[in-house]
Design a protein around this ligand. Structure first.
Ligand code: NAD
Ligand code: IPM
Ligand code: MN
Length: 369
């Protein structure tokens, strides 16, 4: 999805690669291979540094996010390419919370950009919907809300147990993501922004979202803005997704609707995302998780990670290379050179190899034009 703000990188771009757990460790090397294939003929080098932060490391060394990791990311890398974290051997998901949420919060990656784009008509489960009717951007607030981990147990393990999880929303946090959504719409030349909350029930946290939205929208009278409660939004997304260009919502709702959006556009195997702070080190990951049911079978779809890499290249200012990756992904879909989740019979590595070749070809074609 174009329009991702640039990182003003140096002469070379340095990427930290965190493949993580399960299929994260299978799809990420494919994306790196594809990135290397387009970096080779490029203007400046892409440098990759792989980090083994994962459930394995957590279980072996009791290390999740290492000491100094945030500073290292901030100072030494332009972007992070992330796979997925989550392992049945860590039922608490502690390492994922420390690493993924830790990086989102500590790098202040307040924009979670999750584009929903139908790349091939036959991929949507919706009847009679075409590519141009399903192209929208979800902006998920990424540093606050129910994710901050404020709360606790009282009388844990007893029949009287109480569990509290606070929904933390700051004026600054709500305003910057809503403003970002409007700025993005303006920059992209799209007309419609929809803010979604549950202010009819969440009368404090989402009252703040309401008030901020009403205030900010007045500065963007060129944009057609509206509000939908989240329950209505999910219904409308299925009924008629063509009515949306940009959706902005809180952390938890954004998590949920981005999986819905992914499925509308062909499934989790295809969905990319960027965790962004404009101008600062940002983290790019497919929307899917570690899918333990698929791990080790060699059939995970790498396209989500490759489209994620295209988002990362745009953020780095590598537009032709990003376009080459997208061209290759479209070709794979058209020719059904795909993994079983998309009805194909190819393995993860086969698709990765094919995309690397096609991406390099697509880049060369652009140079001849
Ligand atoms: P999931 O996204 O891992 O998988 C859900 C289902 O989607 C899978 O069973 C599979 O059928 C399908 N799928 C997902 N990615 C695919 C791909 N690339 N190719 C083909 N099919 C794919 O969600 P889950 O099963 O709810 O979670 C599994 C673990 O992943 C949990 O530990 C969860 O916390 C974690 N998780 C991590 C991230 C992340 O690190 N960003 C995101 C979501 C879930
Ligand atoms: C995602 C994931 C994460 C989230 C989990 C793993 C904490 O589902 O990136 O969508 O909820 O943000
Ligand atoms: Mn999710």
């Amino acid at each position: 999805m174009p329009g991702i703000p640039l990182r003003n990188g140096g002469p070379a771009a340095r990427i930290a690669v965190i493949p993580g757990d399960g299929i994260g460790a299978e799809v990420t090397p494919q994306a790196v291979k594809v990135l290397k294939a387009v970096a080779a003929p490029a203007r400046r080098p892409l440098e990759f540094v792989e980090l083994d932060w994962s459930a394995d490391k957590y279980l072996r060394q009791n290390v999740s996010l290492p000491v100094g990791a945030v500073e290292m990311m901030r100072d030494e890398f332009d972007a992070i390419l992330f796979g997925a974290l989550g392992d049945p051997r860590v039922p608490s998901n502690q390492h994922a919370a420390d690493i993924l949420l830790g990086l989102r919060f500590k790098l202040d990656l307040y924009v979670n950009a999750r584009p929903v784009e139908l790349l091939d008509n036959r991929l949507t489960p919706l009847r009679d919907r075409s590519e141009k009717e399903l192209r929208l951007m979800i902006f998920r607030e990424n540093t606050e809300g129910l994710y901050v981990g404020v709360g606790g147990f009282f009388k844990k393990g007893t029949p009287d147990e109480i569990a509290v999880q606070e929904d933390v929303n700051s004026r600054k946090g709500v305003e910057r993501i809503i403003r970002y959504a409007f700025e993005y719409a303006r920059q992209q030349g799209v007309k419609r922004v929809c803010m979604s909350d549950k202010s009819n029930a969440m009368i404090f946290a989402h009252d703040l979202w309401q008030r901020v939205f009403k205030e900010v929208r007045q500065e963007y009278t060129d944009i057609d803005s509206r509000h939908l409660y989240i329950d209505t939004l999910v219904m409308e997304l299925v009924r008629d997704p063509s009515q949306f260009d940009v959706i902005v919502t809180c952390n938890l709702f954004g998590d949920i609707i981005s999986d819905l959006g992914a499925q509308l556009a062909g499934g989790l195997g295809l969905a990319p995302s960027g965790n962004i702070h404009p101008g600062k080190t940002s983290l790019f990951e497919p929307v899917h998780g570690s899918a333990p049911n698929l791990a080790g079978k060699g059939i995970a779809n790498p396209l989500g990670s490759v489209l994620t890499s295209a988002m990362m290249l745009e953020f780095l200012g590598w537009k032709p290379e990003a376009a080459a990756l997208r061209t290759a992904v479209r070709a794979a879909l058209r020719e059904n050179y795909a993994t079983p989740d998309l009805g194909g019979d190819k393995h993860t590595v086969e698709v990765g190899d094919w995309l690397a070749t096609k991406s390099a070809e697509a880049l060369a074609q652009q140079h001849y034009k």
